[in-house]
Design a protein around this ligand. Structure first.
Ligand code: ADP
Ligand code: MG
Length: 394
């Protein structure tokens, strides 16, 4: 969708901001450009909508060489969100959001309708916030309006330059989550600039790590964290990259152990028998719909001789994890509940119990995330921190 071919940008004073850059972003992909200040991220981005012209090389949008496209028409295909949102202070939120449809000559009613739809999409109630002025909004709300405005004409491409850089960390995390949900719905091709590696690995399908004017590594977050291509990248992603990788690796069904399972209405004797045959010290207890209820320890089932049902001795288990959640969430939940295992359920399937995640399986899953993503990297060069190391550094 976006392709850079040997693009170089030298400013008039001789600064080489971008040096022989080649990369490609697929349709619907979210690529984060990350690196320290002054490494050429903004320059890269502004060349895509021709706010800056390259000195050498070519850039293609959906196969078209952008130097042949009229800049004004080009920018209609590209939404642009920056840190200082640049909302018009004397126009309402709704009017600001409808700016591009208005410029495109849409009928007023249609433009406002579309604007209201988009405000809703970014989590602002148009009937509450639509008639306010930008100064009557919080920083986080203004950024949301900026995103809504960029999406107003439904461009296939979004350029975002440190859009959440000016808001506090709590709001930033909320905006990131909302943006991920939004992107899952709208599937734009996104170039997202940030200097924050946490933000880059959180949002990016792939991330481009910049050195001075060059991309040092362009890979999935798990690969960049698990197998940094150069010492520079290793240094940039930080010594705690093992921990960071926990947040970009989802729990999969094959990561789960299958302990003995009993149902609430089973006689206690059945539970005793099942635990004994599998040599287990506890069993997972499910309700009639195969949803998680809790667990039952072996010593409770041993009293089965006295009769009774599992229901009478089962303990509730409040901690669980949805399938696909990051391993980090699993690990955090284990620590929080001081639990040696945690049940994983299929949220989309109505909460059906799937298996349990244990520290040993979590460790294996981390390894799997590298094996899958970095098949070209020799095994010996891939350092996998043990769960114990992770626990010590957290
Ligand atoms: N208009 C300009 N004239 C001269 N140098 C510039 C100009 N804009 C940016 N630069 C320089 O180009 C380099 C890359 O800048 P920039 O792309 O803004 O980096 P980033 O967005 O990664 O912080 C920096 O050294 C910066 O000082
Ligand atoms: Mg910049």
């Amino acid at each position: 969708m976006i392709r850079f071919e040997h693009v170089t940008k030298r400013y008039a004073d001789g600064t080489t901001a971008v040096d022989d850059l080649s990369f490609e972003v697929a349709e619907g992909e979210l690529v984060t450009l990350v690196g320290p200040s002054g490494c050429g991220k903004t320059t890269t981005m502004k060349m895509v909508n021709r706010l800056i012209e390259p000195t050498e090389g070519r850039i293609f949008l959906d196969g078209d060489d952008i130097s042949t496209i009229d800049p004004v028409r080009l920018r209609r295909r590209i939404g642009y969100v920056i840190q200082q949102v640049g909302l018009f202070p004397h126009r309402t939120v709704l009017e600001n959001t409808a700016t591009v449809p208005h410029l495109l000559g849409w009928k007023r009613g249609k433009g406002r309708e579309r604007a209201a739809e988009l405000l809703d999409l970014v989590g602002l109630d148009p009937s509450v916030h639509g008639d306010r002025y930008p100064e009557q909004l919080s920083g986080g709300q203004r950024q949301r309006v900026g995103v809504a405005r960029a999406l107003a004409a439904d461009p296939p491409v979004l350029l975002m330059d440190e859009p959440f850089g000016a808001v506090d960390p709590v709001v930033r995390e909320r905006l990131q989550n909302e943006f991920l949900k939004l992107q899952a719905q709208v599937r734009k091709t996104v170039l997202f600039v940030t200097h924050d590696i946490e933000e880059a690995v959180r949002l990016g399908d792939r991330i481009a790590v910049y050195g001075q004017g060059r991309i040092e590594q362009f890979d999935s977050p798990a690969t960049v964290l698990g197998a940094p291509a150069t010492p520079y990248v290793a240094d940039f992603v930080g010594a705690d990259r093992g921990l960071k990788r926990l947040s970009v690796t989802p729990v999969e069904e094959s990561d789960l152990d299958q302990p003995p399972v009993v149902h609430l209405d089973d006689p206690l004797a059945t539970a005793t028998e099942r635990l004994r045959s599998q040599g287990a010290r506890w069993a997972v207890v499910l309700d009639g719909r195969d949803n998680l209820h809790g667990w039952i320890p072996a010593d409770a089932t041993a009293r089965g001789a006295a009769g009774g049902a599992v229901r009478d001795h089962a303990r509730r288990m409040e901690a669980w994890l949805p399938l696909g959640a990051p391993l980090k969430q699993g690990f955090a939940t284990m620590l929080q509940h001081d639990a040696g295992w945690i049940a994983v359920v299929d949220e989309e399937g109505g909460g059906r119990f799937l298996g349990v995640l244990t520290p040993a399986r979590l460790h294996e899953a981390l390894r799997r995330s590298i094996d899958a993503d970095a098949q070209d990297v020799p095994r010996a060069e891939v350092a996998v921190e043990t769960v114990a190391t992770v626990a010590r550094t957290s």
